[in-house]
Design a protein around this ligand. Structure first.
Ligand SMILES: Cc1cc2nc3c(=O)[nH]c(=O)nc-3n(C[C@H](O)[C@H](O)[C@H](O)COP(=O)(O)O)c2cc1C
Length: 420
């Protein structure tokens, strides 16, 4: 095992090979480089944020993104390279994609999972690598409810290869479980999704316990943050929204009943998740359905829910929207979900994350500067350009730390660009 190359050069403690200790961590603002600027402080996008025992060097987060490349819920070298690349590019925090707490809770047969101990080691390998680079990493725990057993967008289905619209539902021969899909009520998302079976109260409790077991495994894998996926029309959102929840027991009807499953899950996870580690919750702030007040999930209810989540020890609400019904009419525009994050931050008095069509570093910086959100989550922007953070820093006139192996070279480019 080579953990030291020469002299004082002891490597990072999490790696079974030599890689230099990255201190300060990549993504840390070092100095201002824009010679024409009179500013003396780092732009807010490049200021640290401390959440419980975790300190992030900047406000930029790799949003959870399914890559539909796992086998039996187990991650592979693909995920190590895909997620590991961001650890070398200055991001503040990386999230592993939606990771199912039960096999039936996967969106597709190729989703990440954490329902058995065998799934811990491949995750830990990724966590250890990211930590060896001085970067923080979280995992998004999920159950997709009535939207489970679908098929990954790039999987070819026999008989549908010639650009014919493929069925959304994954059949059994493709690893799906169309007859074992569950939800709060027996209402399918649309005709291309499974007919969900209504969960019994016992089954609801079993899923809550599956979250607890997955959270314990996430702890063993060494994750810094857990995010509960309560957005995008997956199970918790299905419970929240009167569109998908028609139950008449204690899990349906009133607001208090519809949020019960989400709150119970949160409370149980918080109890087993380390006190010094943050817990995030991603919600859809609105169903984007205008069918009369109280008939769908709306921002007012999201604020109310966020207050309750805060009381249970949630540290940040990651504010997305939509995904619960094909009836949604979304005003897709740059930063379109930011007003929701702002409202939740203001009225629930909790840290928020903004996500959705945030592309321009200046806009991202303004969102943090104006106190609309505390973290900026980016998804597609990072698939397009894994160097988004380095380029954003340059645009905002900051020299950031990058991995030592790159830094002396990148620094020269940034400084020579800034004096042109
Ligand atoms: C390929 C892909 C996979 C995604 N998978 C997830 C996921 O696992 N969990 C989740 O909450 N959102 C998921 N999303 C949504 C993103 O996290 C993000 O909220 C959305 O893409 C909007 O941000 P953007 O405009 O920066 O892409 C996914 C998006 C993409 C493009």
């Amino acid at each position: 095992m080579i953990t030291k190359i020469t002299g004082e050069n002891i490597g990072a403690p999490n790696a079974p090979y030599y890689t230099p200790i990255q201190d300060p961590p990549p993504g840390t603002s070092l100095s201002l480089i824009k010679s024409q600027s009179n500013d003396t402080e780092s732009p807010p996008l490049f200021t640290p944020l401390k959440l419980r025992g975790i300190s992030l060097p900047n406000r930029i987060v790799v949003s959870p993104m399914c890559t539909y490349s796992a086998h039996d819920g187990t991650l592979t070298d693909w995920h190590l390279v895909h997620l590991g690349q961001f650890a070398l590019r200055g991001v503040g925090l990386i999230f592993v994609e939606a990771t199912a707490v039960t096999p039936q809770g996967r969106i597709s047969p190729n989703d990440s999972g954490l329902w058995k101990d065998e799934q811990i080691a491949p995750l830990k390998r990724i966590v250890d690598f990211v930590h060896s680079q001085g970067v923080k990493i979280g995992i998004q725990l999920a159950h997709s409810g009535r939207k489970s057993s679908t098929i990954a967008p790039f999987i070819l289905v026999k008989g549908h290869e010639n650009n014919v619209k493929i069925p959304n539902l994954s059949p059994e021969e493709y690893g799906g479980w169309p007859n074992d899909v569950v939800g709060p009520s027996p209402i399918p998302w649309d005709e291309n999704h499974a007919n969900p079976k209504e969960l019994t109260i016992e089954q609801i409790h079993e899923i809550e316990e599956a979250y607890v077991a997955a959270a314990k495994r996430a702890e063993k894998a060494g994750f810094d943050i857990i995010e509960l996926h309560f957005a995008h029309g997956y199970l918790a959102h299905e419970f929240f929204s009167p569109i998908s929840n028609k139950r008449t027991d204690q899990y349906g009807g009133s607001f208090e009943n519809r949020v019960r499953y989400g709150l119970e899950t949160t409370k149980k996870v918080r109890q087993v998740w380390s006190e010094d580690k943050p817990l995030f919750v991603r919600i859809s702030a609105s169903d984007w359905v205008d069918n009369g007040e109280g008939n769908s999930w709306e921002i007012k209810q999201s604020v109310k829910l966020s207050k309750l989540l805060k009381e249970l020890g949630v540290d940040l609400i990651d504010v997305s929207s939509g995904g619960n019904t094909p009836e949604q009419k979304i005003n897709l525009d740059n930063s379109y979900q930011v007003p929701f994050a702002e409202e939740i931050k203001k009225y629930a008095n909790i840290y928020t994350g903004a996500v959705g069509l945030i592309r321009d570093p200046q806009i991202a910086n303004n969102i943090v500067t104006n106190g609309q959100a505390d973290l900026i989550f980016l998804a597609r922007g990072f698939l397009h350009d894994s160097s988004w953070v380095i380029k954003a820093a340059e645009k905002l006139g900051v020299l950031i730390q990058t991995p030592k192996q790159y830094h002396y070279a990148i620094k020269k480019i940034l400084i020579s660009n800034s004096i042109k």
